[in-house]
Structures are given as structure tokens and as C-alpha cells.
Design a protein around this ligand. Structure first.
Ligand code: ATP
Ligand code: MG
Length: 871
């Protein structure tokens, strides 16, 4: 069965068990301070388990794009070395939110694997939680009993807390889990060593395929467990591992999920896959990593220098480096794999197909720049290994790792080839330091929620209102370094929580007579959280929630203008323009979009013209809530990749022929409110991405005002000429002519000085020594004199200590023969410069220096002369 059919069968199976099939959430996580990337199918459903939100469907199933390269789940170092861990993989899952529990979950898992996929029953092992005394938890006998309907007792194995008690994080929903492992070894080996001895022993053919988690507890911040009001099922099965089992392979990479990639890379490298462990690993690393890279870029995360972007950059560099070292790929190659990937995920993950060119472009640029870095890193290693040292310092190895992407093993390998060793413990120390640095920077302790009033979901009333009377539902304390803040959740709120680029509202909450300032509003998953610096003395009373309205209105101007801008850009530049990021606050709007060239001035002007025209048309906002997603798409609304949309979406339209967008933000009632739109900058923000910054309404007015003031000041300065432009043009012309004259004069004067100096040359130890102290017209003139004299005087040693417009400047020029004999202008200039409190340098035959102390010119010359005489 090919992998596409396997994925499909999984989903139709659960559909037949009344599950709703939902799309994968983006691989890049937004609005969750604890997570950068989706690492399990359940991430997108966290709110249901936490009780922040009620699930619309109690049974759900999907295939989820996951990435395990950071945080609690980090498989990166295994990937490519082993054959069953990937960076990016698909997790097939089924969920029950307060609906079915262990019995159905186990029954269906068994039915699907053995009846539908017809995997051999006698090759399965199930693990169950053995219990844990310290937590006061018993063995999961319930799960054990159910498994024993299908498996003999000796194939239902006990597992400890580490393997069989699943937790989302340090706090939150958790519970015992039951894993299904499959033994894929040939029968001859099974006969020798029973599979049960290899379960959870990192054997590549005895692997976990499916984990069924029974969520029934909540872990509090003091470490204790409380029962959840409802019990849930959360399962996750590795799609690639399932394919390996069904297709009778020994490695995920031998399935049709990876083979096209593997074969392409092998062919390009001119090797056969399966012949040599070293090149095999490199081929696997590349075939794996390209998936992680492409999917994260498709979901809007570009490689960059920090956070999620840096993680992606490091994965990309790891792939390039393996290709470079083991497959001799010296030119960009990863981006060429995109065609194959797109083919494979056609009809499954459309975000790849529609952004293929953009993704390829971004990857290629990254590859190019890293290959340059890699070259530099190798050169750096070269100089180290060609020196006398026998040890590569830990700090150097770490720099190679951190800046150039050289893993320790590579540095060690190159070191060994050169008879050197790496100080590995020094390297580990540096690594530790960096880890601690980032840990303590982000260290935050979050208290448990404390309930004030009953209620689970916050109603957002901020589209229509900026004030509301409501109740506090719960609050908690958050400590970071020595700063303590509090977070409050309300029953209903007019405060917009930061999302879709629009900043969170500020304002205040009034409890009785007491006001607390809201400094920010953010989402945590879908929960709206108000950030305050202090708590009121009591949260029991009704709350008056009041948004800072003027700030909100200015922000809305910028948000609506962003929509008008987006549409204008597509109109002027073409349909390839897609939003790649946006920031909207009360001062400015920033819009990143895919486009490959710098915008011409005329294009920028045309975009501005269109947006301002739409503002003057005073188009009324058309806001439609709860539109089914496919209908919204029919209306022409563009979904953004990397955003998570539900079945029903909000559609914001300004003229149905002009701008239709899916958007949760707040907007002006009519475009006329925006007043005025002005682009203040256009530039590159990343490979293939341009960035526009613009201002609207009062800020735009102010922008023009400042430009006008500048013109007034210029007119004032030039005594109000009739034609300002002409006057300035004339001034520039005049200035040019004068400069030419000055240059000529300086050059003549320099010529005179040169002739004079040539006659003053004195013989010292076989050298022709020329010394000069005095005024010089210009630095250029001095240089000219030095080079002319070098040409005209054999064995020249020229020392100049000049006063150029009141500043001390030194020059040393030496004949080439003298340099060959060991003299060095750099050494002389350094000595001389000390007398004028300055510094400089240059080449062995010619060096210059500037300084601060003009009174030291005589001394400088004297020091230089002494050095020459001594040599
Ligand atoms: P393992 O012990 O093999 O690393 P896990 O315990 O980390 O697995 P879970 O967190 O339970 O796995 O994830 C559920 C399923 O997802 C696993 O049973 C496995 O099939 C799959 N899976 C987990 N990690 C990876 C990975 N890095 N690459 C591919 N599949 C994976
Ligand atoms: Mg794991």
C-alpha cells in the first residue's frame, strides 16, 4: 500500500467511527509561550484539555505536521544517524474530548492496525503504566485488561513514569499512556531474541508506532495531581513508521515517503544509497531536513538569527554541511529537492504547492550564504591546524559550532586528520554557559490559575465596544527575574489580544473604586489574558474594563490601511504578492510580503496613489462573522499560511472587488477615517521578502508637515530665493567647480614639496632618508608625494610628520628592496604614532597614521629616524 493510501485509510477509518477530520495546525506555533513548533498532534487542542474552551466536536482525527528539534522533544542529533526519528514528521491522531475513553481507543487502534492494515498480530507489544508510589498512582490495570482481550499477558509490558506517563509540560493535563510497539525483524532473529526484550531499547526494528494517552489528571505548579472533571483520549502515531511497517521495510527511509528524495540526492552525489554508512547518513540527513525546512518556511517562519528562525537556520546548515563534507556538494542543492516534495504532498498540504517558488528562493539564498560561511570556517580551521598547537581550544570549537555550524564531531575529525585534539570538555563548558544564559534570560515561573468566578470561555466584545462591565474569572502570578506581573481572565472583554500583527490593547480595569492599569493583552492559545502590574485588593466585584480608545483608533487606521495596501500591492506588482508578516500599532504599520525585486519609485507611488484613492472613496467596512471557510474562499478571501483557522471565519471586506481578507483584527467603520496614507520606507527584510513601512492619519500628516518645515528652513537659509530648486542646483555646481580648483592647487603644491624633498635626501647606512615635518595641503597630496618619491628615489626611506588642517598625520614609505631585507613600515608607524596619541597601519612598504596630539610631530619624526638609523 503506498503512503498516500495509508494516510487516507487512517482518516477514513476514524471518520467511520464518527470522528471529524480536521486540517493540520501550522507547524510554527503562535500564541503559546511554552512552544515554538508543533511537536505533537494534541498541541492545537490544548485549550480543550485545559478547560479553556469547549470542543465543538467531541471526536476529532487528523494528520499533524510535527517538528521535534527543540525544547522537551528534541530528536535532532538522532536524525539521519538512526532510521526512524525525523525532524519533521506526520503524526496521525484521534481524539476524544470528554467522550470515549480507554476501551474504544484500544479497540480501534487494534482494529485499524491488524484488520485494516493487516499487520501481523504476533508482532505487537503493548506497554501500560506500571504505577508510581511517589505519585500515589496505581498500575493502569484497566488498560491492561483491555489489551489482554487481544494479546497474551507476556506481550503486555509494564512501563515506568518516564515512558508511560505522558505530560504536556511542567504543569497541565497529563495521564497514563499505552504504547504499541512492533517487531519488524526477520523471523530468524525473532527466534533468537524475543521482541519483548527489545521494546524501548532503541532497536531500529522494534519501534514504537502508536502512543495512546489517557488524559485524566492536571499537574499543578506545586507538583501535585488533581483529577480532571472530564477524561480525554489523545493518540499519536508516526506516519512514516507506520508506512515502514506496512510496506515491509526496515527503515523509514526505505518507504515511498523518502525514496524519491533519497534517490535524487544519491544520484546527484554520484553514489549508491546503502553502500557506505557515511554517505548514507548524509543522504538521510538531507532527505529528512529538507522537509522540516520547507514546511516551516511555508508556514511563515523564515530562517533568521533568533528563536524559531534560528532553529530553522541551524537545521538547514546541518543539511548543507553534511552534503558539503560527505557528498562533495559545493553549490546550493537543497532547494532543488522542492519539486519532489511538492509532488509528494500534492493534495495533502497545499501550502507547499502554492508557495514553491518562494520557498525554493529562500532556501537557495540561505544555502549560498552558508556555503560562504562554511568556506570561512574551514579556512579558520585550516590556519589553526597548520599552526604549532596540538589542541583546538574548547572556545574555538564552540565558535565553529555556533557561528559556522560545525558540529563537534566534524571539528574533531578534521583535528584528528591533522594530528590534533579538541578540548571537548572545554567545548561542553561553553555550551553549558550558552544554555544557562538563554535559560536565565527566559526563566519565568507561572503560578496556577486561581478561580474567582465560574465560567470557561471569554467573550470578546471589542469589535463593537471599547468598554464593558464584566467579571473576573481567574488570575495568576507570573514571575520573571525580579519582576512580578499578574494575568487576569475576564468573562467578557473589549480588550483586543495581540494577534494577526495587531498589538494588544492597553487601558484599565476598575474594580469598585480601584483601577489597575492593563499594560498589554495577549492570547495564550485562544485565551485572552490581560497583563497587569498589580492586583486590586479584591477581584470579587464587577469589573469595568476600559480600553485606551485613542490608541485603539489609531491602530485600527493602520490595520485597515494594511488591507488596502495588500490589495494595492497585488494590483501593482502581481498575484505572487503574499503577506509574510505584519505589525500594526498606533504609530506605524509594517508589512512584509513575497516579492523578488526592489520596488521602483513609480511602483511605490502607484501603490500610494491607489490606497489614498480607496481612502477617499470612503468605503464602508463590511464585516462578516462566522462565514464557513470554503464560502470565505469563494468570496476571494486569501488565507494566510501559518495561521490557524477554524471552520468558521471572519471576513473583512472593503469593496468586494478590491479587498477581501480573513482577519480577526479591529477596523475602521469607513476607509475615510484613515485620512491619509504615506509609505516611509521600502526595503528587503529577508531573501525574497520585501518590507514596507507606512504611516496614516495624524502620523502621515506629521510626516508631510516635517517635510514642509524642512523646505521652509532651506528657503530661510537661502534667503527666500524665487526658485529654490534652481538655487540649490547652482550651489552644487559652484561647489564642484571650486573643489576642482582646490584639488589642482593642492596637487601643484604637493609637486613642489616633492621636488624640494627629493633634493633633501640624505645617505644613512646605504639608505636614502627623507624627513619632512610641516604643513601639507591634503592627505591625498601626501599620498601622491610618497608614491612619486618611491618611484623616483632608490632605497628610499620617507618619514612625514604633517599638519593637515590642524590635524597630525604621519606617513612612512619604504623602497621594496628594504622591505625584502626585513624593514616594515607598520612597525615604524606604530612607534611614531605613539608620539601623537594615535594609531594606524597599512602595508609593509607604506603605512599611515592619524592622531590627537599635534604637538608631538617633532617627537614622532625623531622616533622614526632613530628606528631607521638602528636598522
Ligand atoms: P520514541 O521513543 O521512539 O522517540 P516518543 O515516545 O518520543 O517516541 P511520542 O511522543 O509518544 O513518541 O509520539 C507519538 C508517536 O510519534 C510515536 O509513537 C512515534 O510513532 C512517532 N514519533 C515520535 N517521535 C518521532 C520522530 N522524531 N520521528 C518520527 N516519528 C516520531
Ligand atoms: Mg522521542
Amino acid at each position: 500500500m503506498d503512503s498516500k493510501s495509508i494516510r487516507k485509510k487512517f482518516l477514513t477509518f476514524f471518520e467511520s467511527k464518527s470522528h471529524k477530520i480536521v486540517p493540520s495546525a501550522p507547524i510554527v506555533v503562535q500564541n503559546d509561550p511554552t512552544l515554538m513548533f508543533t511537536n505533537a498532534g494534541m498541541n492545537q487542542f490544548k485549550d480543550y484539555f485545559l478547560g479553556n474552551k469547549v470542543a465543538e466536536s467531541k471526536r476529532v482525527s487528523d494528520t499533524q505536521k510535527c517538528l521535534r528539534v527543540s525544547g522537551k522533544h528534541n530528536d535532532l542529533e538522532e536524525v539521519g544517524i538512526d532510521t526512524y526519528h525525523h525532524t519533521m514528521f506526520e503524526m496521525l491522531g484521534n481524539w476524544s474530548f470528554g467522550d470515549y475513553f480507554k476501551q474504544e481507543a484500544i479497540d480501534w487502534a487494534w482494529e485499524l492496525l491488524t484488520k485494516e492494515f493487516k499487520l501481523p498480530e504476533d508482532r505487537f507489544y503493548a506497554t501500560i503504566f506500571e504505577g508510581d508510589g511517589s505519585e500515589n498512582l496505581d498500575q493502569d490495570t484497566e488498560a491492561k485488561k483491555i489489551w489482554m482481550q487481544y494479546l497474551p499477558e507476556d506481550r503486555v509490558l509494564n512501563g515506568n513514569k518516564k515512558d508511560n506517563f505522558w505530560e504536556m509540560g511542567d504543569t497541565g493535563p497529563c495521564g497514563p499512556c499505552s504504547e504499541l510497539h512492533i517487531d519488524l525483524r526477520p523471523q530468524s532473529e525473532v527466534d533468537k531474541v524475543p521482541g519483548k526484550d527489545l521494546v524501548n531499547q532503541d532497536h531500529p526494528q522494534v519501534v514504537e508506532v502508536w502512543n495512546l494517552v489517557f488524559i485524566q489528571y492536571n499537574r499543578l505548579s506545586n507538583g501535585s495531581l488533581e483529577n480532571l472533571p472530564e477524561k480525554h483520549v489523545d493518540t499519536g502515531m508516526g506516519f512514516e513508521r507506520l508506512a515502514m511497517a506496512i510496506q515491509g521495510k526496515q527503515s523509514n527511509y526505505d518507504t515511498d515517503v523518502f525514496q524519491p528524495l533519497i534517490q535524487w540526492v544519491a544520484k546527484k552525489a554520484g553514489v549508491d544509497y546503502g553502500n557506505d554508512e557515511k554517505t548514507d547518513i548524509a543522504i538521510r540527513v538531507i532527505s529528512d531536513h529538507i522537509r522540516a525546512i520547507a514546511f516551516t518556511i511555508a508556514d511563515g517562519q523564515l530562517p533568521s538569527n533568533n528563536k524559531a528562525g534560528y532553529v530553522i537556520r541551524r537545521i538547514l546548515r546541518r543539511a548543507v554541511r553534511y552534503g558539503y563534507t560527505f557528498l562533495n556538494f559545493k553549490e546550493p542543492f537543497l532547494y532543488q529537492l522542492l519539486d519532489i516534495l511538492v509532488d509528494q504532498f500534492e493534495g495533502v498540504f497545499p501550502e507547499l504547492t502554492s508557495q514553491k517558488d518562494f520557498i525554493a528562493k529562500v532556501i537557495r539564498e540561505e544555502e549560498l550564504s552558508f556555503l560562504r560561511t562554511l568556506d570561512n570556517g574551514l579556512k579558520k580551521l585550516d590556519t589553526i591546524t597548520s599552526g604549532k598547537a596540538k589542541i583546538i581550544e574548547g572556545s574555538t570549537a564552540f565558535e565553529l559550532y555556533d557561528t559556522y555550524g560545525f558540529p563537534l564531531d566534524l571539528t574533531a575529525l578534521i583535528a584528528r586528520e591533522n594530528g590534533m585534539e579538541v578540548d571537548e570538555s572545554g567545548f561542553q563548558k561553553e555550551m553549558e554557559v550558552q544554555k544557562n544564559r538563554s535559560k536565565s534570560a527566559g526563566k519565568q515561573t507561572t503560578g496556577d490559575w486561581i478561580m474567582v468566578h465560574e465560567g470557561d470561555e471569554t467573550v470578546f466584545v471589542g469589535y463593537a465596544e471599547t468598554q464593558a462591565t464584566t467579571k473576573a474569572l481567574r488570575y495568576r502570578e507570573v514571575k520573571q527575574k525580579d519582576k512580578t506581573q499578574y494575568q487576569i481572565v475576564l468573562e467578557s472583554t473589549p480588550f483586543y489580544a495581540e494577534s494577526g500583527g495587531q498589538v494588544g490593547d492597553t487601558g484599565y480595569l476598575q474594580f469598585g473604586e480601584e483601577k489597575v492599569e492593563v499594560i498589554d493583552t495577549k492570547k495564550e492559545n485562544d485565551l485572552i489574558v490581560h497583563f497587569v502590574k498589580k492586583l486590586p485588593s479584591s477581584l470579587e466585584s464587577d469589573v469595568r474594563a476600559v480600553v485606551n480608545e485613542s490608541k485603539r483608533r489609531l491602530t485600527e487606521n493602520n490595520h485597515s490601511a494594511t488591507h488596502l495596501l495588500h490589495a494595492a500591492l497585488r494590483h501593482v506588482l502581481g498575484d505572487h504578492v503574499q503577506q509574510k508578516g505584519s505589525l500594526v500599532n498606533d504609530k506605524i504599520l509594517r508589512f512584509d510580503f513575497s516579492h523578488f525585486a526592489k520596488m521602483a519609485d513609480e511602483e511605490i507611488a502607484e501603490v500610494e496613489r491607489i490606497v489614498n484613492q480607496k481612502i477617499r472613496e470612503n468605503i464602508a467596512l463590511d464585516e462578516k462573522k462566522n462565514v464557513p471557510i470554503d464560502e470565505a474562499q469563494r468570496m476571494g478571501a486569501m488565507a494566510l499560511f501559518g495561521e490557524k483557522y477554524g471552520d468558521f471565519v471572519r471576513v473583512i471586506t472593503f469593496d468586494s472587488d478590491y479587498s477581501v481578507e480573513l482577519c480577526g483584527g479591529t477596523h475602521v467603520p469607513r476607509t475615510g477615517n484613515i485620512g491619509l496614507f504615506k509609505i516611509v520606507s521600502e526595503g528587503s527584510s529577508a531573501a525574497g521578502v520585501r518590507r514596507i513601512e507606512a504611516v496614516t492619519s495624524v502620523a502621515a500628516e506629521k510626516y508631510y508637515q516635517q517635510k514642509l518645515e524642512l523646505i521652509s528652513e532651506l528657503e530661510e537659509m537661502l534667503k527666500h530665493p524665487k526658485d529654490l530648486k534652481k538655487t540649490i542646483e547652482n550651489l552644487v555646481k559652484e561647489n564642484l567647480t571650486n573643489q576642482k580648483k582646490i584639488d589642482e592647487m593642492n596637487s601643484q603644491q604637493a609637486g613642489q614639496i616633492k621636488n624640494q624633498l627629493k633634493n633633501e635626501a640624505k645617505e644613512v647606512n646605504g639608505k636614502k632618508l627623507i624627513l619632512y615635518k610641516g604643513e601639507f595641503p591634503s592627505a591625498d597630496g601626501m599620498k601622491q608625494v610618497a608614491f612619486d618619491l618611491k618611484r623616483e628615489v632608490d632605497n628610499l626611506v620617507l618619514l612625514i610628520a604633517a599638519n593637515i588642517d590642524g590635524k597630525p598625520m604621519l606617513t612612512v614609505m619604504l623602497a621594496d628592496e628594504l622591505v625584502k631585507n626585513g624593514m616594515n613600515a607598520n612597525e615604524i608607524i606604530r612607534k611614531m604614532a605613539s608620539a601623537i596619541k594615535g594609531g594606524g597601519g597599512g602595508q609593509p612598504f607604506y603605512a599611515t597614521a592619524g592622531g590627537k596630539d599635534i604637538s608631538g610631530l617633532d617627537e614622532a619624526l625623531k622616533l622614526g629616524k632613530e628606528m631607521v638609523e638602528a636598522s
